[in-house]
Design a binder for this molecule. Structure first.
Ligand SMILES: [Zn+2]
Length: 282
């Protein structure tokens, strides 16, 4: 993907039209539009610039049903937001620099993280575990208490955090208490010694901290020699407290930031934001 140096970025955000065209390039393959609801290529244009599907009647514009449609940002605002987000500028500062509300910035950051998660190979499993994919899907009635358990693999400097379906936080405690599996922690997040093909397991939630005598303070766990885990631990420490329901989002963000550390993240994130929000089958 293209590298967006600050000068190219400057040109791109020079006008809304240029920024919009840049985003649009990630939306439709070969400029071929289709109905986001039924995929039909037969539609007609409305006076207001939107299009209506001849088959299902759905009215849409270029960003309908895509992640970037969630915040009412212009294309230019999205690019600037991404630039600052990629540089790890605190969200409070982003709000100030962009002269938008903190609530909007929070929503934008959440949208980017959900767009990143949607690209993960195990996205459908993470949704099944109760993480909300994004607009167009019902919110689950109850907040997630404990995060699912992820296994960390690192091969050739590429990290993969796999959701492990048949384990939950109670299994981590069981492995610790009955099989002496080592556990360490960063804030509320607990990570473990090796398990099967994984360098370690990681999860988060009050279920991992049932009583004061259960501590997660073992030292020299093999996973700590992993550059990915060192990178992620550092970021988690800076966050000062991660709610279990958001932990999978942060983990997938770390995974992407680590794996793409030699690349420009902006085109990668624009591509993710321009994707359609997955719709779960009811
Ligand atoms: Zn349609």
């Amino acid at each position: 993907m293209t590298e967006l140096s600050i000068l190219i970025f400057n040109n791109l955000t020079f006008s809304e039209n240029l920024a919009f065209r840049f985003m649009l390039g990630f939306c439709w393959k070969n400029h071929q539009r289709y109905c986001p609801a039924c995929k039909s290529r037969k539609f007609y244009s409305l006076a207001d610039g939107r299009r209506r599907c001849r088959r299902c009647g759905y009215t849409f514009h270029d960003f309908s049903r895509r992640f970037l449609n969630r915040c009412s940002f212009s294309a230019r605002q999205w690019l600037w937001f991404l630039k600052l987000f990629v540089l790890d500028v605190p969200l409070v500062s982003i709000a100030r620099e962009m002269a938008i509300s903190y609530a909007t910035v929070l929503k934008a950051a959440d949208t980017v993280r959900r767009a990143i998660l949607a690209q993960a190979l195990d996205a459908s499993l993470i949704y099944e575990a109760g993480i909300w994919p994004g607009p167009g899907n019902p919110r689950s009635e109850s907040e997630m208490v404990n995060s699912p358990v992820f296994g960390i693999i690192e091969i050739n400097e590429v990290a993969i955090c796999d959701l492990i379906q048949d384990l939950d936080v109670n299994d981590i405690l069981r492995l610790k208490l009955n099989f002496c599996m080592k556990t360490g922690s960063v804030g509320q997040v607990v990570y473990t010694g090796p398990y099967k093909q994984y360098r370690g397991l990681v999860s988060c939630g009050p279920g991992l901290w049932p009583a004061r005598y259960i501590r997660h303070d073992d030292k020299r766990l093999p996973v700590e020699t992993s550059p990915f885990w060192a990178f992620t631990k550092q970021r988690l420490r800076q966050m000062r407290g991660v709610p279990a329901s958001r932990f999978p989002l942060y983990l997938k963000e770390c995974e992407l930031r680590f794996n793409a550390r030699h690349e420009d993240l902006i085109p990668i994130l624009v591509k993710a934001l321009c994707a359609f929000v997955p719709r779960l089958q009811k």
